[in-house]
Design a protein around this ligand. Structure first.
Ligand code: RB5
Length: 152
């Protein structure tokens, strides 16, 4: 299950992602917003991010104007590693190396075709593990309040 969310600015790109998910046969839940009326991205980021953090959804895709605000908001939810991406290389690497569980894109940054490609790469690439697992664990340790610098 893929969690989706956007603000008004990200809505056109989210619609593209919905059509991609339907083509791919992947189920999704759209946590809003549902209209182009101006709204606040953090609200929808939190809704979708909670769905991913709780395990109700495996991954999430967020869209706002730049992808930045909505990714910052999602990353405040414990358990979320949201990457704001505007190219396919970063989409692949954030899955391989960072095990990102959410992707954010900006509808004012990437066009519909590129946005679909980025989302497809994000959804079809697995985590490489190995040395990257240790680094992802360190990111999550910072979230848990641990001091990574103690041994330096
Ligand atoms: C909305 O105008 C815009 O600020 C928002 O979509 C996003 O780009 C914020 O980061």
């Amino acid at each position: 299950m893929i969690a989706l969310a956007s603000d008004h600015a990200g809505l056109p790109l989210k619609r593209e992602i919905i059509s991609l998910l339907e083509e791919m046969g992947l189920p999704y839940r759209d946590y809003g917003a549902y209209s182009e009326q101006s709204c606040d991205y953090a609200v929808y980021a939190q809704l979708a991010a909670r769905a991913v953090a709780s395990g109700a959804c495996e991954r999430g895709i967020l869209c706002c104007g730049t992808g930045i605000g909505i990714s910052m908001a999602a990353n405040k939810v414990k358990g979320i590693r949201c990457a704001c991406v505007s190219d396919c290389f970063s989409a692949k690497l954030t899955r391989l190396h960072n095990d990102a569980n959410m992707l954010a894109m900006g509808a004012r940054v990437v066009g519909p075709g590129l946005g679909r490609m980025i989302a497809e790469v994000f959804l079809t690439t697995g985590f490489e593990g190995g040395r990257h697992q240790r680094r992802v664990d360190q990111i999550m340790a910072i979230e848990a309040g641990e001091d990574l610098t103690a041994g330096l």
